[in-house]
Design a protein around this ligand. Structure first.
Ligand SMILES: [Cu+2]
Length: 169
């Protein structure tokens, strides 16, 4: 191939694209977070004994009417940006970050208000109360360990609106 000025530019841009797509050179660790539910009746299961919070009795997450999904389940330690999107059409959601209790205990939970006790759980940051369709970001310096992302709108955590993520050293 004859190297013309135009070809050279194409070659160079190809090289840039290649290095940019190599994960170890990523400038920022981004976790895309979807906050979702299955519509306006999603709250109907509340109070029917199906407590789907982490470490709570019932389980059966396949039944969950709302939840949090991340595009990755683990990420390297350092600066992490959580890009949260409320994919609901009807319901306000939020995303709170906390460490998973080391002994496998459930998060401290208030059955009166149906919310996790954020201060006791160790709130590491949050994107609070996103309207349907809204986005928000949380940037945190993270150490290796296991963390939980949950929604603390009343009832949502017990309905299964949480997920865990591993930060690797
Ligand atoms: Cu929620």
């Amino acid at each position: 191939m004859k190297i013309t000025r135009r070809n050279l530019l194409v070659l160079l841009s190809g090289m840039v694209a290649t290095s940019a797509s190599t994960p170890s050179f990523a400038a920022a660790n981004v976790v895309n977070v979807s906050l979702w539910d299955k519509g306006p009746n999603s709250m109907d299961m509340l109070g029917k004994g199906k407590m789907m919070g982490m470490g709570m009795m019932a389980g059966g997450m396949k039944m969950a009417m709302m939840g949090i999904t991340t595009d990755v389940k683990k990420i390297p330690a350092g600066n992490v940006t959580f890009e949260a999107t409320n994919d609901s059409k009807d319901i306000i959601h939020e995303m709170v970050l906390a460490p998973v209790p080391a002994d496998g205990k459930p998060l401290p939970y208030d059955t009166e208000t149906e919310r996790v006790k954020e201060e006791l759980a160790g709130n590491l940051g949050e994107v609070s109360e996103l309207d349907p369709g809204q986005k928000g970001a949380l940037r945190v310096e993270m150490k290796p360990g296991k963390y939980i992302l949950y929604c603390n709108i009343p009832g949502h955590y017990a309905l299964g609106m949480w997920t865990t993520i591993n930060v690797t050293g």
